[in-house]
Design a protein around this ligand. Structure first.
Ligand code: NAP
Ligand code: F7E
Length: 348
């Protein structure tokens, strides 16, 4: 009997929240996983440290490669060497507020970076299937709630504008070059591995630190915007499912439920028997030049086409993040008591 060839995937953004869950997921499906990482002055690979395999061992299935989305020649060389079956493009400057502060860099990386990668894919003899990490931010000041694939885009940040460019570039390569390229229009998804400057993690970190006496207050921006928050672990499965379909397409991935930042605070602090009103202070420093009031997605197409539905509820998500950050805060407290310095989150 012929042995089936192990599938090979190339991931940009493997060191990020989604990249770490997707790498885990693909390894569990017996893929050979290749990830792009940037050179940092410190490692920067904490989220995938548990997946590390010594390259000298036999049958290594996870390999990391230095590169950058702003270096197209490096992407081309890497893809030629790896010859992946599937490419998952997750790498990006993904923070909306930071995109207002660093608009040129954000558009270079998220917009042109995507085009560089698509060009590298197009240059391959055997073209891999391609996943583009598109975002609900593209809907921006949307004309309808909930947003679905047919809803028109009205981006309102440099990040969202770059993602709209990348979305259409992906569609263009699908139509012009018959590339199996799909956009996942993902609504906010969170986890204990979420970056600490995104609002959910900023809240779960602060609430648990406050509970243990490590912090006094939490400074936030606008508490009224509503977001459709799901669990990142559920969303990476949808990315993979998109690439297993015979035909490429674009899919909204969302829970269909939205909650405001204030509700997130109420639940997170409440789980620790605290009242958020005693600790949360609104600081205009965290306001954005333009805000999106409501994002709420309709993921019917993904459900009908390949049976995807979210598994983790809003309450379960907040609980998971609080439980994980409470453990982190306990470790931080022990370190402090032993005389080590604490880390302070002053991010956006
Ligand atoms: P994340 O945690 O911020 O991770 C971003 C990843 O991109 C990191 O691995 C980062 O590497 C890498 N990266 C940044 N700039 C790069 C560059 N110039 N060259 C190469 N790699 C670079 O983001 P995430 O939450 O996992 O999101 C994954 C993707 O989905 C992003 O494209 C994001 O825009 C998109 N998205 C996210 C959500 C969400 O709610 N999470 C929703 C919709 C779309 P370092 O570790 O070296 O910084
Ligand atoms: O903000 C408000 C803020 O930064 C959520 C990215 O993954 O999801 C993410 O973008 C809301 C906004 O996520 C603070 O104004 C209040 O209304 O957690 P966030 P985001 O901007 O929705 C989309 C889908 C992506 O594609 C992005 O890559 O919370 N908010 N106070 C705050 N937000 C932050 N960060 N910090 C605050 O202090």
């Amino acid at each position: 009997m012929l042995e089936q060839k192990r599938k090979r995937a190339f991931l940009t953004g493997i060191s990020g929240q989604d990249g770490s869950y997707l790498a885990e997921f693909l390894l569990s499906k017996d893929y050979e996983v290749h990830g792009l990482i940037r050179k940092h002055s410190i490692f920067g690979t904490e989220r995938i440290a548990h997946l590390y395999q010594d390259p000298h061992e036999p049958d290594v299935r996870l390999s990391l490669h230095y590169g950058d989305l702003n270096d197209g020649s490096n992407l081309t060389a890497l893809l030629k060497e790896i010859q992946p079956d599937e490419v998952y493009h997750l790498g990006a400057q993904s923070h909306v507020k930071v995109s207002f502060l660093n608009p040129i860099y954000t558009v270079e990386t998220d917009g042109l970076g995507t085009l560089r990668l698509l060009e590298a894919v197009r240059g391959l003899g055997n073209q891999p299937r391609y996943y583009q990490a598109s975002s609900s931010e593209m809907y921006g000041l949307a004309a309808e709630v909930p947003q679905r694939e047919s809803t028109s885009f009205h981006p309102c940040s440099p990040y969202a504008c770059a993602k709209v460019f990348a979305f259409w570039q992906t569609v263009n390569y699908r139509e012009a070059y018959a590339l199996h390229a799909s956009n996942g229009i993902m609504f906010n998804h969170e986890s204990p591995r979420r970056g600490e400057t995104f609002v959910t993690r900023k809240i779960s970190r602060a609430a648990t630190r406050i509970k243990l006496g490590l912090q006094e207050r939490l400074y936030l921006g606008n508490l009224e915007p509503q977001r459709d928050w799901g669990f990142a672990g559920d969303y990476v499965e949808a990315m993979w499912l998109m690439l297993q379909q015979d035909e490429p397409d674009d899919y909204v991935i969302a829970t269909g439920e939205s909650h405001c930042v204030r509700e997130f605070c109420e639940l997170a602090f409440g789980l620790l028997d605290l009242d958020y009103k005693d600790f949360v202070v609104v600081d205009p420093r965290y306001f954005r030049p333009l805000e999106i009031d409501v994002l709420q997605g309709d993921a019917s197409r993904a459900r009908i086409k390949f049976g995807w539905t979210p598994k983790v509820s809003f309450k379960e998500l907040v609980t998971m993040m609080i439980e994980s950050d409470l453990e982190l805060a306990k470790r931080e407290k022990l370190l402090l008591e032993a005389g080590y310095a604490s880390t302070v989150n002053s991010g956006y």
